[in-house]
Design a protein around this ligand. Structure first.
Ligand SMILES: Nc1ncnc2c1ncn2[C@@H]1O[C@H](COP(=O)(O)OP(=O)(O)OP(=O)(O)O)[C@@H](O)[C@H]1O
Length: 428
């Protein structure tokens, strides 16, 4: 006797995350138990974009990427980071869409697996990275993609953009989360100090080495090593760092014994390392070794829509249990600032504001007192000055590409998807 076909829900229940089955017309045909527990029941005939986003149209018509549309094009698995509605408010979700193909290879149905992203929050939160702007989401998507791999990550961003927070998030979401993340602040360390801090030293290795000292590498064993301000590592130390990264071994200062290191590397800098390489201030081989997966942290002025959320989170963190509120005018003033110090500057302004505020309301007057030197952007002239015309930008890109290809024009043209003749013409 032919066995009864299994209801889709029973099949979806074997997936260890919330999951739904979708038809090609975006209708939700079934949901598993974990989905219902986390997001609630799906109304009959509801479409995924209605349930997850409250949109009237598919995501790609609402300015977001639609993983189903991507699946239909590629006939393969697709992954995107979205913000979904949930009974707890808006949440970052790592969406994986798997097409189910018929015999002719056409995608007829889709399984959508929804993994929460616990390292970030789309609502006010005092401990996680908060944000929901497109620029923040792009960065988070990269962090989420790379976290579970062993790949070295290079975090690039201005001061105060959250590089250290991002490094912790990568560690927390990695398979090494049960071990420590050890931070080495590279700025201001001399070569000798850097070496003994990182590698440790044995008694008598130098004047003042009165006992054996464990290096930070030993503390990071099995975990993550975070080298903050990597651009400030003294040149002499760079070669030792490179050797460590290439061989996975090191010697404590004054010791002959070779030790094996086991860590995942995350580095951060606010400097332009390529420019430092060109000046000879940073070794090129080390640059390529640490730059396996660069992630750019957006400055606050590129994600102004996150300011209210960040302000709420920072105030909650500064004064747990006291609900400070910003007046609309104060918030508008805050959103117009240039923020060269990024989130750290925002934090400092708000900390001062809570001192000046007589009650729990931070109004415009209080905020103005708290601004100190913070310059306001009266118009968008500052921002616009950074924009150039298309031709200049194209030349800039092609020059950088040629640089990357070490002057090999055929290779650069191939990467740019244009002919060599066209490359010459566009560079004129
Ligand atoms: N997305 C974010 N959500 C919440 N807080 C943030 C976020 N980004 C940064 N912060 C806060 O801003 C402050 C500065 O962040 P952090 O020290 O990580 O920046 P940084 O880029 O490492 O700075 P620097 O280059 O000066 O060392 C911290 O208090 C951090 O908690």
């Amino acid at each position: 006797m032919k066995p009864e076909p299994l209801p889709p829900r029973a099949l979806l229940d074997v997936i260890e995350y919330p999951a739904i089955l979708l038809g090609a017309d975006y209708r939700v045909l079934a949901s598993n138990r974990r989905y219902v527990e986390r997001f609630g029941d799906v109304p009959p005939s509801a479409r995924c974009y209605e349930v997850s986003h409250g949109y009237a149209h598919p995501c790609d018509q609402a300015g977001e990427s639609c993983p189903m549309a991507a699946c239909k094009r590629s006939a393969g698995r697709e992954r995107v980071l979205h913000i979904h509605n949930s009974p707890r408010g808006r949440e970052h979700i790592d969406v994986e869409m798997v097409p189910l193909l018929d015999d002719a290879g056409v995608a007829r149905y889709f399984v959508e697996v929804l993994k929460p992203v616990p390292i970030a929050s789309a609502q006010a939160n005092a401990t996680r990275m908060v944000g929901r702007s497109a620029a923040f989401n792009q960065m988070l998507e990269m962090i989420n993609l790379v976290a579970a791999h062993e790949t070295s990550v290079l975090l690039l961003g201005e001061t105060g953009t959250g590089k250290e927070l991002a490094a912790s998030a990568i560690h927390e979401a990695s398979l090494r989360a049960h071990k420590s993340m050890v931070t080495v602040e590279c700025a201001g360390l001399t070569e000798t100090l850097f070496e003994s801090e990182l590698f440790g030293h044995v008694k008598g290795a130098f004047t003042g080495a009165v006992s054996n000292k464990r290096g930070l590498l030993e503390l990071a064993q099995g975990g993550t090593l975070f080298l903050d301000e990597i651009g400030d590592v003294p040149v002499g130390m760079q070669v030792k760092l490179l050797r460590l990264l290439e061989t996975g071994t090191y010697r404590a200062v004054g010791d002959t014994q070779l030790r094996r290191a086991d860590f995942r590397l995350v580095c951060a800098t606010h400097k332009d390392l390529r420019e430092q390489v060109q000046r000879g201030a940073f070794r090129e081989d080390l640059y390529f070794r640490i730059n396996a997966f660069p992630i750019i942290l957006p400055p606050l002025r590129k994600r102004r829509e996150d300011i209210p959320l960040l302000a709420r989170s920072i105030l909650d963190k500064l004064h747990p249990g006291r609900t400070y509120r910003l007046s609309d005018r104060a918030l508008a003033r805050l959103q117009a600032l240039a923020f060269s110090g990024n989130v750290r500057e925002l934090r400092n302004i708000l900390e001062r504001a809570t001192i000046f505020a007589r009650e729990l309301l931070i109004d415009d007057e209080v905020l103005q007192r708290s601004l100190g030197e913070a310059p306001e952007i009266r118009d968008h002239a500052n921002e616009e000055a950074a924009w150039v015309d298309l031709h200049t930008q194209e030349r800039r890109y092609l020059k950088q590409l040629l640089d990357h290809c070490q002057g090999d024009k055929a290779r650069a043209a191939q990467i740019a998807g244009i002919s060599v003749r066209s490359l010459y013409r566009r560079l004129e």
